[in-house]
Design a protein around this ligand. Sequence first.
Ligand code: NAP
Length: 270
Amino acid sequence: MTGHNPTSANRRDASGSARTALVTGGSRGIGRAISVELASMGLSVAVNYNSNHEAAEETVAACLDAGAAHAVAIQGNIGEPDACSALVDAAFEGLGEIDILVNNAGRAPRVREDILKATRESFEEVLAVNLTGPYFLTQELARRWLESDNPRSRSVVFISSLSAETASLNRGEYCVSKAGLAMATKLWAVRLAEAGIPVVEIRPGITETDMTAGVKEKYDALIAEGLVPQKRWGQPVDIARLVGSVARGDFAYSTGAVVDCDGGFHISRL
Ligand code: NAP
């Protein structure tokens, strides 16, 4: 668990009720660390997951240990067309409000294939989860926020990837999905600006989670050779701290910001 001293401003909205967050893909990896970070600031958290109920319940327990007033696990496949409104309904039902949306859930292609061979099926599956889902989930919540006359401090975070900029020929569909999320951030940032809702893109680098477990040795070697200037794997908590910063209001006048969290990977070198 990460340590920030929760302040009353973090914990409560102007109306006095506890602040709340919906974290997609909160059951494991980066999403779990984000959920626990927000919980440690006193927020109540809705932990979305797709199939791993046990992991989601572990995250809920960790959130309660960390200081959340309330935490709930909500199943929902973000890649399915009807999932967005059901997920938002369930989060409102569980927490009463959603102040911070963290679009974190994502998947890699089932098979890494060169773009000359990769299938349309894989492209559509990855795009549905990584781009279409977060785009329409944000739309669903944005509509409700804009219709609401309850003045609260709200924000949206998109967890994209270094793949928004870096071309990997053996997972083109993943790169395209993350490049699309970068534009989604700009679009929603402009759309929600007048309502005073900052939208921020956080771009993780090579981060140690289940998603990268199968390529651990390969990346260990590349990191040792200097691929990442800071010469270490990213940890989920590195990203979680940045989301905590958004939730604290540090990005109040920085809507549309892109924050790299990659140990310097994105810096062109000669
Ligand atoms: P992970 O360890 O594989 O965890 C993925 C999480 O997303 C799980 O909680 C999983 O739920 C959930 N999820 C997957 N598909 C879903 C769906 N269709 N609907 C709802 N939830 C779904 O991944 P991670 O490494 O933490 O990645 C989190 C985010 O960071 C992703 O968007 C990923 O692209 C991005 N990212 C990761 C890295 C990296 O190196 N790890 C680098 C850059 C960006 P279940 O537990 O139910 O399966």
